[in-house]
Design a protein around this ligand. Structure first.
Ligand code: DX5
Ligand code: ZN
Length: 218
């Protein structure tokens, strides 16, 4: 299994985002996780389309754009054109448009992913499982960085991993929220292979933190 580290720039120093992304690149991060919040789907605001476009020239890393907004379908084109490599939409925000939203993402040549909140079962993801590149199992309630991991979500990760193996699909499982150097092995052992970390990457020395995360996955 290939493990990927996806630092979340929600915890970055926004005054020098471009340089921080360059540091992630040099430190060997795999993805840049970009949290987009609309103040409606989640009670917070963060980055939007111009931030994705503005960061694009700073790195060739995979831009993993996590859309925490209502009506994600309406913004797919703009995020794709801004330079997203992967777009994650929440099942709770898509309702009966989930399939169409995934197809739309694919139409732009972008890798689609589907996210579930800690209180959402895996069932709504299953009809699109063979169309998507990744499932994002939220390990905290979305909206804020620096929260504590909810370990009840691990059973969903396990179930998804065995379903993916049973169907012989190559779908990644990403975890997001409360990931630390201490718990990353446990989340990996549950079946996750893409790890988002915000505060634990950006607090202190970015390169040293990424090195520790890597060592934990060896
Ligand atoms: C939460 C975001 C996360 C967040 C993770 O809504 O989706 O990506 O930045 O931050 P930490 O690692 O600090 O929990
Ligand atoms: Zn996120």
């Amino acid at each position: 299994m290939e493990y990927k580290l996806a630092p979340s720039i929600l915890a970055a120093d926004v005054a020098c985002l471009g340089e921080q992304i360059e540091e992630l690149d040099e430190a060997g991060a795999d993805y840049v996780h970009i949290d987009v919040m609309d103040g409606v789907f989640v009670p917070n605001l963060s980055f939007g389309i111009p931030v994705v476009a503005g960061l694009r020239p700073h790195s060739d890393l995979f831009f993993d754009v996590h859309l925490m907004l209502v009506n994600p379908m309406e913004y797919i084109r703009d995020f794709a054109n801004a330079g997203a490599d992967g777009i994650t939409v929440h099942v709770e925000a898509c309702g009966d448009k989930l399939y169409d939203t995934v197809i739309k993402i694919l139409g732009y040549g972008v890798k689609p992913a589907v996210a579930i909140r800690p209180d959402t079962p895996i069932d709504p993801v299953l009809p699109v499982l063979d169309k998507i590149s990744m499932v994002l199992v939220m390990t905290v309630y979305p909206g804020y960085g620096g929260q504590k991991i909810i370990t009840d979500t691990f059973s969903k990760i396990k179930k998804l991993r065995s379903l993916i193996e049973e169907k012989e699909l190559s779908v990644d499982i990403e975890v997001d929220g409360g990931i630390t150097m201490e718990n990353i092995r446990e989340v990996r052992d549950a079946g996750a292979n893409v790890f988002v970390a915000g505060t634990k990457v950006f607090n202190g020395n970015i390169t040293a933190n990424i090195d520790v995360f890597r060592k934990m996955l060896k």
